[in-house]
Design a protein around this ligand. Sequence first.
Ligand SMILES: Nc1ncnc2c1ncn2[C@@H]1O[C@H](COP(=O)(O)OP(=O)(O)OP(=O)(O)O)[C@@H](O)[C@H]1O
Length: 252
Amino acid sequence: MAMLEVTKLGISFGGLRAVDELSMKIEKGGLVGLIGPNGAGKTTAFNMLTGVYRPTDGGIRLDGQNLVGKKPHEICKMGVARTFQNIRLFPKLTVLDNVKVGLHNQVGYSLIESMLHLGSYRKKEQEMDRRALEILKVFDLDREAGNLAANLPYGKQRKLEIARALATDPKLLLLDEPAAGMNPNETGELMDTIRLVREKYGVTILLIEHDMKLVQGICEYLYVLNFGKLLAEGTPKEVLNDPAVIKAYLGD
Ligand SMILES: Nc1ncnc2c1ncn2[C@@H]1O[C@H](COP(=O)(O)OP(=O)(O)OP(=O)(O)O)[C@@H](O)[C@H]1O
């Protein structure tokens, strides 16, 4: 059974069919790309996978469990985490606290414990600090732990977003244009980090990306959307040499 199974997924906004009959299968530990021209429906697909939009039709299963109709926080608890096209960190929190926000999904404590600063609260706080630092290390951000997120350079903010998503301990990590706005050096580093994250945490990754160097460099399999429909799928080599895909990107 595939880790993620999307079957004939579709959504309409009024008269616009933003995604239509999208089917995808991703095996556990896979690193897969969702690509396509602007407005093809990629982010809308992510919004359906995370419960932000309810599909008009079709199915989504994670490890056999139905996700359609579930709320975003329920889907997060079931093991799906995401990052966004535009950075959405807590700029006035430290780098460490941004990751701890993600950890609260698992290691939370009760209001009473935190108000009374009970021993159990302090223990859990220490445990969260330790785990947050461990994650930051993977992203080479541990030395920035005490800095405000807002003061990090752009490339590091993007990495921190992935670190925060990872802190929720996902089975499936959805990355929406992780390399957007990065220079080639930062993109190269990001590629290494994404590979490392997959290896170290065994997480399954689906990413939207326009940077073909990144897509070719790290994805094993690609799905191509065009006008909401699946135009092609296959290995990066197959897909990026497909005349229909080239035409969709370059136009007639
Ligand atoms: N809430 C909404 N209401 C109406 N139309 C929407 C809504 N969300 C998305 N759309 C439309 O759905 C289509 C697909 O948009 P989407 O953002 O998913 O594309 P995309 O492939 O992620 O594009 P890009 O690569 O530019 O980010 C677009 O025509 C968009 O205007």
